[in-house]
Design a protein around this ligand. Structure first.
Ligand SMILES: [Zn+2]
Length: 347
């Protein structure tokens, strides 16, 4: 397996100018330490970032929003919304996060240099950013921009699997009226940002191509495994994307200070393995994961090492098995999701 790691020190220059904020450069510094310890640098190739072009960004964001950010953010400090700070380095970080994600997605899609998959260790994160505004620590929607770039580069269908603990409202809204990009999310619900009910299944042409699995507070490995086994993997297998993108947030981890759920290190490995198994079935294992949330820096480092090990694994045989949830309440939600999606998918 040939796995690329996208990282740039520019991503460290985006920091809350006043307060200590959970979405901080120390997250990536801790990840670098964990990668070093796991000798991951020797097992993966480095990818440089580059600034996204205005065209790449405005496939997802309104020109007026892009122009406003370009006017207000470079070299400045402040807030784009109450949660979303910017500092002197934020403009370059945000542009390079998006541009690096574009290149990684296109290179994996084309199997450039034999590349099979990749992970973008990017900041700021992206999945809450809407077409016309920043939101929830996110300035540009990196994963949506990467999906559009993959489409423009020839992918007929792209699937985005979002396992961040928060619902990716911005990503959903970008693609909810389309069937060429499938969006699937499991998330703590009700919770920030408030969207992500299982009744949100897309609109118009895109009906059936938005798939939400809302999860109650405290849920852990088993509920995510249920969502993957019963809903996500069968749908991805039927959709047959040319590329699987993962909004890889690790804030559903038991040690996360914000997420309110209890996924373990092993749980994330199992989710990564399940994603890889279905990607092997349908698209030659082509996966690009982009970092979203994850605010306990030690747990974040361990979880990312686990994800990379699953992307690198030659043998996808017997992983640690985690039993699906036996919670009757979750069972009811799953049954309702299946009924709602019945016209579109065989579940
Ligand atoms: Zn999150």
């Amino acid at each position: 397996m040939s796995v690329a790691l996208l990282y740039d020190e520019l991503f460290l220059n985006h920091r809350d100018p006043v307060y200590s904020h959970p979405e901080c450069p120390e997250r990536l510094i801790a990840v670098q330490g964990a990668l070093m310890q796991a000798q991951m640098r020797d097992r993966t190739s480095n990818r440089a970032s580059r600034p996204a072009t205005p065209d790449e960004i405005t496939r997802v964001h309104d020109v007026a929003y892009f122009d406003g950010v370009q006017r207000d953010v470079p070299g400045q400090e402040g807030h784009l919304d109450p949660d979303t700070f910017f500092s002197e380095g934020s403009w370059d970080a945000a542009l390079n996060a998006a541009g690096g994600a574009v290149d990684l997605a296109v290179d994996v899609l084309r199997a450039e240099d034999g590349l099979t998959s990749g992970m973008g260790l990017v900041r700021p994160p992206g999945h809450h950013a809407e077409a016309n505004r920043a939101m929830g620590f996110c300035i540009f929607n990196n994963i949506a921009i990467a999906a559009e770039a993959a489409r423009a580069a020839g992918a007929k269908r792209v699937a985005i699997l979002d396992w961040d603990v928060h619902h990716g409202n911005g990503t959903q809204h970008t693609f909810e009226k389309r069937k060429d990009v499938l969006y699937l999310s499991a998330h703590h619900y009700p919770f920030f940002p408030g969207t992500g009910s299982h009744r949100e299944i897309g609109r118009g042409e895109g009906e059936g191509y938005t798939v939400n699995v809302p999860l109650r507070a405290g849920g852990g490995d088993a509920v995510f495994v249920s969502a993957f086994d019963q809903i996500f993997c069968p749908i991805i297998a039927q959709y047959k994307p040319d590329l699987l993108l993962i909004s890889a947030g690790f804030d559903a981890h038991a040690q996360d200070p914000l997420g309110g759920m209890s996924v373990s290190d092993d749980g994330y490995r199992v989710l990564a393995r399940k994603a890889r198994q279905v990607a092997e079935q349908v698209c030659g294992g082509k996966i690009v994961a982009l970092l979203e949330g994850g605010y306990n820096v030690e747990a974040l480092g361990r979880s990312i090492v686990g994800l990379l090990e699953e992307l690198l694994a030659d043998d996808l045989g017997d992983a640690e098995q985690i039993a699906p949830s036996a919670d009757p309440q979750l069972g009811k939600v799953m049954d309702e999701i299946k009924r709602t999606l019945e016209p579109y998918w065989n579940l």
